[in-house]
Design a protein around this ligand. Structure first.
Ligand code: WTA
Length: 660
């Protein structure tokens, strides 16, 4: 890992435009004055304990109060609100109904083939309770991990909340992951139960989820999985295994629609979510109930400036952290109306998103830069056909947004009246960390602006020294926050190594290293420059180069592989793989296709390499380390700069140049 690795890091983006919130938006926003914003920041800085305590008490309901706000005894294994008794579903559902909001729409769901449903808070609670009772009836107990591998259908939300209702942590696996990836996650988490569907609709295709579950179980997960619950979505024929597989609708049919929320400890696990790092297999990020509830709630409230009648839509998938925090828990804990869409825009229906905005009068819209760039490419004529007047606030997440896409979003989608919140955060942070508050902060296209109140960020070099204004460096977080991850499931060592020990920070311990590079400009605005480790982001999906390399090497013809990211106008980055083959194997275009398929089989479609370059050997140092810097330049079609004297065999370079 090094800062000069991605030479973009010091390549300072020139962007001096600045956009204050409109008077109208600012006047009506929940936090509307600089004074209020600065006062929140000051309170957090002067007395963090009091700051977090007051929000934890005013925003979250506890069955029994906490005494300790933050326990740092075993830092960085921090504990928040540790004596508190809580159930997040009480905060997401029951308490709103008690306040008379039972008839308010909680969930609007739009299916890919055009079917749709709405659930009020009262109806949602009933569905969750039925599902919770159903899970109990098949033996799910408090503390059991339940894997959810589903399309974007209401039952995915019911399943997550049903688990939380009975105190069973969930592990949601994105439906685009392959059976192999699913198997690894099932085994790592020791998931005895799986909730899935007979399939899901995606881009005019059916994704065969149940078949993938069957394959995962047959290829090794049988040692952990006992029961599989299957939601009927596509009605395609699937095989059901006796004594193991159960239909969701049959199981739920006679269940009571009431189920008391299990009284949980604040620090009990709410979920595990796997994400990619620079080394090894994906890691199971652990989040616990109390702190996560507060952080997803508070960030949602601050950033999206929620009003009673807002219709809020986040286009992420519940298989990612954005779906967890900003489709399910954050919006529901605030009593918002959250919209969920099964599909993604596809060539046969590029207007799908805007049709939904128009149909439901969506007022807050949260999506990824990669989607915005795709819309931009297909032209403004498409969104211009729809009435987007209802929109009042736009958000982005997942990767740096280029200023052109930002301006297009503001102009074409937001009609120049909607502020844009560019929100920086990670699976590990549980909720947004850096973002403008839309009624207060003047935005600059491409900058995530400032940390939220309570979050202390700095940009440092490898030694932990603060870098100069506008210089690139490592992004660190200096104080714990309630929504932070608690550990990596089954691997606390890796938790320490990956996040807390990488930067030797001068004078202070327990500094969190995010894995991103950033700079702070002369006005204090933060500009995220992307990952500085071996993680690449393809359409905002996080993938470790090592995972893809392991997948390639597991193919019988591959001896060695090195994977790098290449900049892409649409997807942010695409995957380029360099491979050398086993003796006696010849490279061919068929083999390249086969290798691509193999990666899809091992990880999933999101990891499919854009390009595979077969070469006799890879550029290595004399000590045998692959020189990725060289491969990155080759993939980008750039001149190879920097020191190549450590290269063992320089003739490799010439050969690779010809091939790339
Ligand atoms: C990147 C997604 C620039 C970053 C919520 C981070 C961003 C990684 C932004 C986490 C943003 C996320 N600007 N980069 N607004 N938001 N990232 O865990 O590199 O899937 O480390 O969480 O996405 O990805 P993850």
């Amino acid at each position: 890992m090094s800062l000069d690795k991605k030479n973009s890091i010091n390549n300072i983006l020139e962007e001096s435009r600045i956009f204050p919130p409109s008077k109208k938006f600012a006047e009506n926003s929940n936090i509307r004055s600089q004074k209020e914003f600065l006062s929140l920041k000051k309170q957090a800085l002067n007395n963090p304990t009091k700051f977090w305590e007051s929000f934890a008490k005013s925003e979250i309901d506890w069955f029994e109060p906490f005494q300790t706000v933050l326990d740092s005894d075993n830092a960085p294994f921090f504990k928040w609100f540790k004596e508190g008794k809580i159930n997040i579903t009480y905060n997401c559902l029951d308490r709103h109904i008690k306040k008379g909001l039972g008839a308010k729409t909680a969930l609007i769901w739009e299916g890919e083939p055009g079917d749709s449903k709405k659930y009020t808070y009262e109806e949602l609670l009933k569905e969750v309770c039925k599902a919770a009772n159903a899970l109990k009836s098949i033996g799910v107990k408090k503390g059991d991990l339940v894997c959810i591998y589903m399309p974007m259908i209401p039952e995915a939300m019911f399943a997550m909340l049903a688990c939380a209702r009975i105190g069973a942590p969930h592990s949601v696996v994105f439906g685009g992951f392959s059976s192999e990836a699913l198997k690894d996650r099932l085994i790592d988490g020791n998931a005895r139960f799986v909730i899935t569907a007979d399939g899901g609709f995606r881009k005019d295709k059916v994704i065969e989820l149940k078949q993938a579950v069957d394959a995962a179980i047959e290829s090794g997960a049988d040692k952990v999985v006992e029961k599989v619950v299957v939601v009927q979505r596509t009605k395609k024929n699937i095989s059901m295994v006796d004594d193991r597989d159960l239909w969701w609708h049959e199981l739920l049919k006679d269940q009571k629609d009431q189920c008391e929320p299990e009284v949980m400890n604040s620090e009990d696990r709410l979920f595990i979510l796997y994400t990619s790092g620079s080394t090894g297999k994906p890691k199971g990020v652990v989040h616990t109930i109390g702190g996560y509830n507060l952080w997803s709630h508070l960030t949602f409230k601050w950033i999206f400036d929620l009003k009673d009648d807002d219709i809020y839509w986040c286009t992420a998938d519940v298989g990612w952290i954005t779906g967890h925090s900003y489709i399910v828990y954050g919006p529901l804990s605030n009593g918002a109306t959250t919209l969920m869409y099964e599909g993604v825009p596809r060539p046969s229906n590029l207007g799908a998103f805007w049709e939904i905005v128009q149909k439901y009068k969506v007022s807050i819209f949260y999506t990824a830069p990669t989607a915005i760039r795709a819309f931009m490419k297909s032209g403004r004529e498409i969104p211009d056909k729809y009435n987007l007047e209802s929109l009042r606030l736009l958000g982005t997440v997942g990767e740096p947004i280029n200023p052109e896409a930002w301006i297009w979003y503001k102009d074409v989608i937001g009609k120049n009246k909607c502020p844009i919140v560019d929100t920086w955060w990670q699976t590990e942070t549980g909720g947004v960390m850096i973002s403008p508050l839309p009624g207060v902060v003047a935005t600059k296209p491409g900058s995530a602006t400032f940390p939220l109140p309570g979050i202390e960020v700095e940009i440092v070099d490898k030694n932990g020294d603060k870098v100069e204004e506008n210089d690139g460096g490592y992004l660190i977080i200096k104080k714990p926050w309630p929504g932070m991850m608690r550990t990596i499931h089954g691997n606390s060592e890796r938790y320490l190594e990956s996040y807390w020990e990488y930067i030797s920070f001068k004078g202070e311990k327990n500094v969190y290293f995010a894995g991103d590079g950033a700079r702070i400009d002369e006005d204090g605005y933060i500009w995220i420059m992307g990952r500085v480790d071996d993680v690449i982001s393809v359409s905002g999906h996080r993938l470790g180069t090592m995972e893809i390399e392991s997948a390639l090497v597991s193919h019988k013809s591959v001896a060695e592989s090195a994977v790098v990211g290449k900049k892409d106008d649409l997807k942010g980055e695409v995957i380029v793989a360099f491979v050398s083959l086993e003796k006696d194997v010849n490279g061919s275009s068929e083999l390249v296709e086969d290798l691509k398929k193999h990666v899809v089989h091992e990880i999933g479609i999101i990891a499919k390499p854009e390009k595979i370059i077969i070469s006799d050997s890879l550029p290595k140092t004399r000590s045998g380390k692959i020189m990725r810097r060289i491969l990155r330049s080759l993939a980008a079609g750039e001149e190879i700069s920097g020191d190549i004297s450590t290269l063992e065999d320089s003739s490799v370079l010439e050969k690779l140049k010809e091939l790339s």
